[in-house]
Design a protein around this ligand. Structure first.
Ligand SMILES: Cc1cc2nc3c(=O)[nH]c(=O)nc-3n(C[C@H](O)[C@H](O)[C@H](O)COP(=O)(O)OP(=O)(O)OC[C@H]3O[C@@H](n4cnc5c(N)ncnc54)[C@H](O)[C@@H]3O)c2cc1C
Length: 384
């Protein structure tokens, strides 16, 4: 066995083998059906919880495994092996964006009430920031929470929310201040909204990630008690920013996992498929292309692991995480397209994994902060 690549150790490689085995046995065989049904069952969360996979980085006292972000990183990479971007996205949204703010900014009561059952797979979470009129410009959001006796009344609409239909609790960004001129960045708060009266969801049809329930969520006079404010009132922008670093690293890791898998399978295809009397890999043009793609996988892995190493060391590697997100998401989509081309007509057929993988990869340069926004952040970080 090849030695683990830093920052991973033998312990992480053991975890990787165990997660990979579980995914290949329990999840991957159902991927095609879940994609066709446009839904993966909620029980998947229970199965992951039984393996300890919903709480790898969370403390034992809440039912977690007491590990850290490196353990979670292994899961992020291996989830690509489910072979359904939608399933990986639903699990990823729960583990990487919905529960982390509760762990980091929540009260003891929030952790008992939402984090612990989420780790047990009994409650499913979503993070709702994006709105029809506020995507990249998150500060422009307009869902309002008006103060009433004992809490807030929430009105507004969120869109493109992963787990938006199935989520039991929705970590929701709302406007809690109404000032002229607007106090951008100091007028947003986070509320933990439970699904109930006044909360309605409608599922959206999309290019890829078919098994996930991306949805619009409408809030109509939803009462949220005061104690469900997450973090400091009016200072929710900090929470958004804090979450982005791990979300973007998790996406970079997911891309590295998906690229490795697609490369392995495409190289295998190229060895087996014959054209003009030779395997495809016997043609220099194809061989060179596979060599270039292997280089791309390696480059993406190095850049992502470097950002991860800095992140777990407690640095604030804004530049490196942003570069990793920017590089890997576009590279992943381009690699999928090249792998599809090597499959020829078969690549266009649903029977072959690459057809789905190519569609699923298109989201990367858009979600979690688009390529253009990554370049804006880098422009500032590089003092341009
Ligand atoms: C499948 C899916 C799942 C998602 N899951 C979630 C979720 O769970 N929770 C959640 O809150 N959100 C989620 N999102 C939303 C996602 O984060 C946004 O779609 C993304 O941030 C882009 O916002 P937008 O779609 O409003 O595009 P816009 O912000 O309208 O951008 C449109 C285009 O303009 C570009 N652009 C915007 N601003 C600038 C600028 N200043 N300079 C240059 N170019 C610019 C963008 O890069 C993009 O190309 C999801 C989206 C999808 C598609």
């Amino acid at each position: 066995m090849t030695p683990p690549t830093p920052p991973f150790s033998d312990e992480h490689e053991d975890l990787r083998q165990s997660i990979r085995g579980f995914i290949e046995r329990e999840l991957a065989p159902h991927a095609q059906r879940w994609e066709d049904e446009r839904w993966f069952p909620d029980e998947v969360f229970g199965k992951l919880a039984a393996q300890g996979l919903l709480g790898l980085k969370y403390p034992v006292e809440y039912g977690g495994q007491g590990g850290d972000h490196l353990h979670e990183a292994v899961l992020c990479e291996e989830l690509a092996r489910v072979g359904s971007g939608g399933t990986a996205a639903g699990i990823g949204a729960h583990v990487n964006i919905a529960t982390p703010p509760i762990w980091r900014f929540g009260s003891e009561e929030h952790k008992r009430r939402y984090l612990a059952p989420a780790i047990r797979g009994e409650l499913i979470g979503a993070l709702a920031i994006t709105e029809p009129g506020a995507g990249s410009d998150v500060a422009a959001l307009s869902t309002r929470a008006e103060r009433v006796d004992g809490g807030f009344l929430v009105n507004g609409e969120k869109t493109y929310i992963t787990n938006g239909v199935r989520a039991h609790f929705i970590v929701t960004a709302v406007k809690t201040k109404n000032t002229t001129p607007p106090a951008r960045h100091h007028d947003i708060s986070f509320l933990i909204v439970e699904r109930g009266e006044g909360v309605s969801s409608s599922k959206l049809e999309k290019l890829g990630w078919h098994a996930s329930d991306t949805a619009t969520i409408a809030f109509e006079d939803v009462f949220v008690p005061q104690e469900n404010v997450l973090g400091e009132l009016h200072e929710g922008f900090k929470l958004i920013m804090a979450n982005f670093q791990w979300e973007r690293l998790a996406m970079a890791l997911g891309a590295v996992g998906a690229m490795s898998l697609a490369w392995e399978r495409t190289a295998q295809f190229a060895r087996e498929r014959h054209a003009s009397g030779r395997p495809l890999s016997g043609h220099q043009a194809i061989r060179h292309q596979l060599a270039d793609l292997a280089t791309s996988v390696y480059t993406c892995r190095c850049v992502t692991y470097d950002a991860l190493r800095r992140f777990v060391a407690g640095e604030e590697p804004l530049k490196e995480v942003t570069m990793a997100k920017l590089l890997t998401q576009r590279a992943c989509f381009e690699l999928m397209d090249a792998c599809l081309q090597i499959h020829g007509g078969a690549g266009y057929m649903r029977e072959y994994f690459i057809e789905r993988a190519a569609r699923d990869a298109r989201l990367g340069p858009i979600g979690g902060g688009s390529d253009e926004i990554m370049r804006e952040i880098l422009g500032r970080a590089l003092a341009l």
